[in-house]
Write a protein that binds this ligand. Sequence first.
Ligand SMILES: Nc1ncnc2c1ncn2[C@@H]1O[C@H](COP(=O)(O)OP(=O)(O)OP(=O)(O)O)[C@@H](O)[C@H]1O
Length: 293
Amino acid sequence: MLLARTVDVTRRYGTGAKAQVALDGVSLDIHAGGVVGLLGPNGAGKSTLVNLLVGLRRPTSGTVELFGGDPRDPAARRRIGVTPQETGLPATLRVRECVAFVAAHFADPVPTGELLEGFGLTEVAGRQTGGLSGGQKRRLAVALAFVGRPDLVFLDEPTTGLDVQARRDLWDHVRAYGRTGTVVLTSHYLEEIEALADRVVVLGGGRVLADDTVAAIRAMVGIHRVSLDSATLPELPPLPGVVGVEQADGRTSLLTADPDQLVRDLVTTGVPFRGLQVRPTSLEEVFLTLTGR
Ligand SMILES: Nc1ncnc2c1ncn2[C@@H]1O[C@H](COP(=O)(O)OP(=O)(O)OP(=O)(O)O)[C@@H](O)[C@H]1O
């Protein structure tokens, strides 16, 4: 089921010579179920895309649909939950009151106590939001996106400022939600995208550079890393198919598209290697290649 879509969307900020093109011909379908990760460097257009999908901004050209209609239609917006990149919580409201305030807008909200428990906020339920730590504020901002049992949740860099444990707890929540609902999440953390996303959309310079599963995107570059302990390794003879050699952390890495053949060749050379490891390149390595960074 199609929940949201953009068709050939362009978004510019400003006019004339100073115009900034934030999105440039982006077409994207968001289907029900799972976690879609929007990945891209600073200024790639991730927040702009989310803001268009949730009806906070309008495209300069192209079409944006949410549940088959206009994202600014209140009926469509009632079915989504959003955590923007920056949230201003009313400083004098208590955490519990904040949740109750948002819950009042929905017919069947998650009970406040249950929601606070789920996001580790029970202990600070009676505290004014102005007195929360940065991480607690962020957790509350993310919790508010889930109050109305939304069909589609948009989280713009939800774990920025969270410590490792809080980040992992939030991942559990997002993952669990993605089993029955749908989440669109932007992140700078490749680890986060690898951990959560079923589908990754890589944005760069306002364009979709790749749109696939984590595994497929990793395989797009298709390069594997064959690494050996450097300590006892003699100088290697030239080996066919090696596209790069790296030295780091006491290991020599050979980059190749055909790791099986490289291992056979290594054995044939008779080089006394130790500590052989073969692994696909990480999402980070692929990401750097795709975005040209
Ligand atoms: N209100 C605005 N006025 C002018 N330019 C803007 C505005 N909002 C965004 N931009 C520009 O549009 C481009 C895309 O910005 P956007 O915030 O969508 O990127 P992003 O991928 O979310 O970046 P980040 O990872 O830093 O949050 C950037 O060049 C940015 O400077």
